[in-house]
Design a protein around this ligand. Structure first.
Ligand code: FE
Ligand code: FE
Ligand code: ZN
Length: 276
């Protein structure tokens, strides 16, 4: 089995997200640690966090997959953006300790003309600065579509970042199905080979979570436009193979599809039917 859930709005607090997840028949979820477009994070209510942890335990939730804001770019060319992003990463990891033992996923970043070779050590540096031995969170690098100057499209780039991280046991990868597909990995016709390649280059023990999205574009398009499950170029059959794949069992799967609550409840129901 897998854990399944979607992105939930964090504006009403942690416990409200837990209740919402239950309503959608989810047993994990994702949320932005602050406004996805940036800005200051609001103060955490420790009691609210406690209540969510209790609810998660009662209902046997899988690990949560928190998401960093899109504005975070720890390999930006502009020093002020880079600094702002590094501070945000530090702050977010402190805040994650209110929900101990979960995942924090972020986009490795865009090198904006500096080249991936220059960006890779910057990304690892930021993780080394923010992540401390007492932290209980596992930091995940998201596989990217390769839009613009995004770093992390190839498994080699992700490996390059991971190799430079000091606290090896606290880092992993979140595989976004739309992104790897758009990035050129044919998970429709060659899922086993792609997972095999991931294992050879990154290591499957590093793979902690899945973003389950269909794609509006063809394999290798480098576009990153998510589609509803089964309505895109990846399609229902490939999605079902991914959900049922023996190597992916036990992981949290997060939907980032263009849906309203009703649509998410339906997708979750369909995916649950595949798990049987
Ligand atoms: Fe993402
Ligand atoms: Fe994603
Ligand atoms: Zn995306």
């Amino acid at each position: 089995m897998i854990y399944i859930g979607n992105h939930l709005p964090s504006s009403k607090g942690f416990y409200a997200m837990g209740k919402m997840a239950l309503k959608l028949n989810a047993d994990t979820f994702a949320f932005f640690t602050r406004n996805p477009r940036g800005g200051a994070a609001k103060a955490i209510d420790p009691e609210d966090a406690e209540k969510l942890l209790k609810l998660m335990e009662e209902h046997h939730f899988g690990k949560l997959v928190a998401h960093a804001p899109y504005t975070m770019n720890v390999c930006a060319a502009k020093e002020d953006i880079k600094e702002f992003s590094r501070n945000m990463l530090c702050d977010d990891l402190e805040r994650m300790e209110y929900l101990p033992g979960n995942y924090y996923n972020f986009h490795p970043g865009s090198h904006v003309g500096q080249g991936a070779e220059a960006a890779i050590p910057m990304i690892a540096d930021a993780i080394n600065l923010a992540l401390r031995p007492e932290h209980s969170t596992t930091v995940l690098l998201e596989t990217m579509a390769g839009k613009g100057s995004e770093v992390g499209r190839s498994f080699e780039e992700l490996r390059g970042i991971l190799d430079l991280v000091r606290l090896q046991e606290k880092v992993g990868v979140c595989l976004d199905t739309c992104h790897v597909w758009d990035g050129g990995y044919d998970i429709v016709n060659h899922l086993d080979e792609v997972l095999d390649e991931f294992d050879r280059i990154v290591g499957l023990d590093r793979l902690k979570a899945i973003h389950l999205n269909d794609s509006m574009n063809v394999c290798g398009a480098h576009k990153d436009r998510h589609q509803k499950i089964g309505q895109g170029e990846i399609g229902t059959e490939a999605m079902e193979r991914i959900v049922r794949h023996p190597l992916l069992q036990g992981k949290p799967f997060i939907l980032e599809t263009p849906n309203d609550d009703e649509g998410y409840a339906q997708e979750i129901a369909v995916i649950r039917s595949w798990m049987k």
